[in-house]
Design a protein around this ligand. Structure first.
Ligand code: NAP
Length: 337
């Protein structure tokens, strides 16, 4: 078949290269057209959409709640800190065009009882759910051997062994990172997938993952590994549940206080040292990230990198890992022994 096509083009008036150039804009226009007709807002209108945001007391989740409330959706915000939850609910209420559209439920996403309570409240108040957004997550900021109490810093001296206490501390921290970044989305999936499937005309789940889940960074080994675990979990769930549209959202650094949630305290309890540039000066704006999340859900996009060029970074890691590793050391200001 290919040989026949090649022969056709050799004898036709059209050179292959001009055909290829013509095909590119045609493919672009076709993708724009397909996207416009597959706009989920034609099925679930923004003013009737029922949105649950897990981890919405601060950061991107809270901004997402503002933006959904502004466009008239019913929004349920969830988090553990009661004072922040009350603030988020009040803000959403002021953005919402109608009263009674905002729910605030205090809860821990790793706790099955809390999640069942949220599900029951949503079923009672809204009769179902259209959109689940999982923002809840925790950071971890230290090189792994620091977490185990081993100083790898001095080039000409042999590092000491990790002590029993150091290894125990490392295991405790690893469990905390797993609870925050894997167990939370895991419990959410188990709790809400049947409700979404049964009650929405176009069920959708967005997992707020991280670019670190696919491009490994130094000083973030535990963070990257646990975000990666939940990403692959949800990628598998997308195959098991084709009736739900899954979006995997992979941002680089965002402004805010995410680093204050770090689970890797030193053995002496002091805060971890920040290696990268100040996220509040160099990170992406929360409003931009939240708006891109909503657009991805509306368009039914599968994997979204922000900034977009990070997609190339992921490819580059497989083609030329040494370059990506060098860039990662520069970004995180990390010098290996
Ligand atoms: N910030 C970045 O540079 C960056 C970059 C890439 C990806 N991300 C990802 O984006 C997500 C949000 O980050 P952010 O910057 O918005 O951080 P953030 O301001 O710390 O927000 C995290 C939210 O998750 C909630 N949360 C954490 N653990 C929870 C739990 N067990 N149960 C219920 N709620 C929980 C927190 O509320 P409570 O403490 O009140 O429970 C908070 O509302 C995270 O998953 C992170 O991995 C962040």
């Amino acid at each position: 078949m290919l040989a026949v096509l090649l022969e056709f083009f050799q004898h036709s008036q059209w050179p292959l290269s001009s055909l290829a150039w013509g095909a590119l804009p045609a493919a672009y226009l076709l993708s724009r057209f397909l996207r416009s007709v597959s706009d989920r807002r034609l099925i679930v209108s923004p003013t009737t959409e029922r949105v649950l945001i897990l981890g919405a007391t601060s950061g991107v989740g809270r901004t997402l709640a503002h933006q959904y409330a502004s466009r008239g959706a019913r929004v349920c915000v969830v988090g553990r800190r009661k004072d922040k939850l009350d603030e988020a609910v009040a803000e959403c209420g002021s953005f919402s065009r109608q009263s009674g559209k905002v729910l605030g439920i205090q809860g821990d996403c790793t706790d099955g009882d809390d999640m069942v309570n949220i599900r029951a409240t949503i079923e009672k108040e809204w009769g179902g759910l259209d959109t689940l957004i999982i923002c809840a997550g925790v950071s971890a900021l230290q090189p792994l051997m620091c977490v185990a109490g081993v100083d790898m810093g001095v080039r000409d001296t042999k590092p000491s062994h990790a002590t029993r206490e150091g290894i125990k501390n490392a295991v405790d921290i690893s469990n905390a990172a797993l609870r925050g970044n894997f167990t939370s989305p895991f419990v959410a999936a188990v709790t809400f997938i049947p409700l979404l499937t049964n009650s929405s005309k176009s069920p959708s789940i967005l997992l707020l993952s991280s670019v670190a889940a696919v491009i490994p960074p130094p000083t973030r080994a535990l963070y990257a590994a646990t975000k990666s675990a939940s990403l692959v979990l949800f990628q598998s769930l997308a195959i098991e549940h084709p009736d739900i549209t899954f979006t995997f959202f992979l941002p680089a650094t965002i402004e805010g206080d995410f680093r204050s949630s770090a689970v890797d305290r030193h053995l002496n309890g002091s805060s971890p040292r920040l290696h990268e540039a100040d996220p509040n000066k160099h990170g992406m704006k929360r409003g931009v990230v939240a708006a891109r999340c909503i657009r991805a859900i509306d368009n039914g996009e599968k994997t979204v990198f922000i900034p977009r060029y990070m997609r190339i970074g992921q490819l580059l890691y497989w083609i030329w890992p040494a370059f990506t590793e060098w860039r990662a050391r520069v970004k995180y200001n990390y010098s290996a022994r």
